[in-house]
Design a binder for this molecule. Structure first.
Ligand code: PLP
Length: 403
């Protein structure tokens, strides 16, 4: 039986990681995977995370008992509050549910499973931005959506948001279709709608009765401020929308492999929450039964302690500040070389990624000739740039564009 099964294509970012790891060149630069790096090009274990871990292991009441199916409540409540704001009416009126998940991906998958399999009258067509994080399509299809369609997002000409195209595509969507929006720091383009543009988007979502899944994987990375980065999510809530939002703590806590995530569901009334909760419980139970504890304990220890929380917010400023500084430096170097074209998008885009506008051929050239690893879409992880490698990267981009 097994002999009849064909293969699947490799996953590009993991493939890139391997190519990078296997490359013996001292010049090599990894601009592929979306993880934070210091100016030494190293992963950063946040000091506040280390401190929280010490507290956890030294706590005499700590044990390895199963968590409840929907996770650690001290974690999920703190996560929902960080997302919706401490004074959120949805929280005060107890019109929300929060479910611990296997990081952001797991939260998105619970959301997609729930919508495709449980919520009645949902049109099993999911809309994702063009382009988007490549896993959105896969997880929707695996959850049971019949079709995944794209809405226009990136205008390659002006290297910015194609708002009119986006609104036109959403207006043409069937009622009760599901739409995934990036809450902030859009991956891969680094371009978010402005508040004014979000207002127009939400109007169409209401008009067409679309169901939003918000994906918040980078809260804190867009502006350095957790509340500012949650503006769009809170606007959906303020507008009386029912929605779900997936949160990842991989990036803003730097705990990628701990798989700490949360799914928040906001409802119009508290009336049916017990039923919804029981449905989500059955979904999780039939999938992985209950979530792992360590990452959620770290996040919960920090968010529920004002001193640690303040320290963590400083770490977020450090990370987002380094991203901004590296954007400015890369742009300065490329412009300094008089590389043809406009490079102002490097600093106009936000968050971890820059959609460079380099063609697949130019990306290939960077990899083969200069040991610089990036996705063939031209997306680079800004954290991969350091004060030591920026000249090498800028020179390589210059050569890629001019040869
Ligand atoms: N959503 C977006 C847009 C992402 O970029 C990522 C990670 O790269 C995720 C969700 C999920 O990340 P994780 O499952 O590691 O939390």
């Amino acid at each position: 039986l097994f002999e009849e099964i064909g293969g699947m294509p490799p996953i590009e970012v993991f493939e890139l990681n391997k190519l990078y790891a296997d490359d013996p060149s001292p010049l090599k630069v990894s601009l592929g995977v979306g993880a934070y790096r210091t100016d030494e090009g190293k992963p950063w274990v946040l000091p506040v995370v280390k401190q929280a871990e010490r507290q956890i292991v030294e706590d005499p009441s700590m044990n390895f008992e199963y968590l409840p199916v929907l996770g650690l409540e001290a974690f999920t409540n703190a996560a929902a509050s960080m997302l919706l704001g401490g004074d959120s009416p949805a929280i005060k009126e107890k019109r929300f549910l929060a479910v611990q998940a296997i990081s952001g991906t797991g939260a998105l998958r619970i959301a997609a499973d729930f919508l495709a399999q449980v919520v009645p009258n949902i049109t099993r067509i999911a809309y994702i931005s063009s382009p988007t994080w490549e896993n959105h399509r896969l997880l929707c299809l695996k959850a049971g959506f019949n079709e995944v369609r794209e809405y226009r997002y990136w205008d390659a000409q002006k290297r910015g948001l194609d708002l009119n195209g986006m609104l036109e595509d959403l207006r043409a969507a069937p009622e009760r279709a599901v739409v995934i929006f990036h809450a902030c720091a859009h991956n891969p383009t680094g371009v978010d709608p402005t508040q004014e543009q979000w207002r127009k988007i939400v109007e169409v979502v209401k008009e067409r009765r679309l169901f939003p899944i918000l994906d918040s994987a980078y809260q804190g990375f867009a502006s350095g401020d957790l509340d500012a980065d949650a503006w769009a999510v809170r606007y959906f809530a303020e507008q009386g929308m029912e929605f779900v939002c997936a949160q990842s703590f991989a990036k803003n806590f730097g705990i990628y492999n701990q798989r700490a995530g949360n799914l928040t569901l906001v409802a119009n009334t508290a009336n049916n929450l017990a039923n919804l909760k029981s449905q989500l419980t059955i979904l999780v139970r039939g999938n992985y039964s209950n979530p792992p504890a360590h990452g959620a304990r770290i996040v919960s220890t920090v968010l529920n302690n004002p001193q640690l929380d303040a320290q963590w917010r400083e770490h977020i400023k450090t990370m987002s500040g380094r991203l901004k500084a590296m954007r400015a430096l890369l742009r300065e170097k490329v412009e300094g070389l008089k590389t043809p074209g406009s490079w102002k998008h490097i600093t106009e885009q936000i968050g971890m990624f820059c959609y460079t506008g380099l063609t697949p051929k130019q990306c290939q050239f960077l990899m083969e000739q200069h040991h610089i690893y990036l996705l063939k879409s031209g997306r680079i992880n800004i954290c991969g740039i350091t004060t030591k490698n920026v000249d090498h990267v800028a020179n390589a981009i210059h050569q890629a564009v001019t040869t």
